[in-house]
Design a binder for this molecule. Sequence first.
Ligand SMILES: O=C(O)CCC(=O)C(=O)O
Length: 358
Amino acid sequence: MAEPSASCSAAAPGGGGGGGGSSPSAQAAGREGRGWSEAQFRPYTFETRPIPRLRHGDPRAEELIENEEPVVLTDTNLVYTALKWDVDYLQENIGNGDFSVYRATTHKFLYYDEKKIANVKNFKPKSSREEMKFSTFVEQLQDIQQQGSGERLYLQQTLNDTVGRKIVVDFLGFNWNWINRQQAKRGWGQLTSNLLLIGMEGNVTPAHYDEQQNFFAQIKGYKRCILFSPDQFECLYPYPVHHPCDRQSQVDFDNPDYERFPNFQNVVGYETVVGPGDVLYIPMYWWHHIESLLNGGITITVNFWYKGAPTPKRIEYPLKAHQKVAIMRNIEKMLGEALGNPQEVGPLLNMMIKGRYD
Ligand SMILES: O=C(O)CCC(=O)C(=O)O
């Protein structure tokens, strides 16, 4: 993987071999017969290259996962038993638990950590979370669809022991054999959660990175996933660690402010569209922007979040981009606490990291 650079240039996943070309005609050929078209994409300013789509037995797929580079696996059958899930089936079977539903008046559902809200004076979240029964979510979804109020909902709930018997049976039928072997081969820690995401067409989860490995299993509808390698950090301007939007990019992809975020002009991403049965590997610390296609109906996804492998005892230099991000986060946290003025830490830290490791 390329070293971080101010120009934020990207290396191709799989050493340039796996993705094929990035020309519009190559992409057009790739989408043939897959049930979506580029007219359903939101327009952005930056260049992207395709994420390889491979069968799970393909040695190139194994190599990409081993190297912590993204890949779409087309035939894992990971969530085969859930491919019948739709809103009606879930309403009937998902049980009487509470579900976290986010409400927004824009298409962007920018994540914020509620525990960090007090750290920033006058922080005004652009979406709100409500706990509700699944049937209430469905009623509200139908109301919004009928009224066309412009309001949007996004259900994002960790699967837990309140789900009904049929969902448990479906869950037990997931391809645990394959995914457990991946977990063991990669030396990952425990499966921390499975997040169920039910989104309206056009919903967007803006670019952010997670500190976990992720197998992202698409069940219903199509999602466009744009990923950026950790070496694009300088182009994506994350909020400071103490901020509720920690790990999220400050750049508004719909209307980038190049004066504030000049390196965003150099950002290069990788993209794919996942549909039912596809599993996208989103490596830890890789940025991801995810949009449910316009006019594509409801989308349903279940992800599998794993703790990363323990950090090696012997650190090898040069450090990889994601290791620098991890170190930076730790220092930023410590400095934030020590200085009591976390606002000042971002630029200071950037300077330190550049001087220390570049
Ligand atoms: O599907 C989405 O909208 C966001 C999912 C996501 O960010 C994740 O699985 O890490």
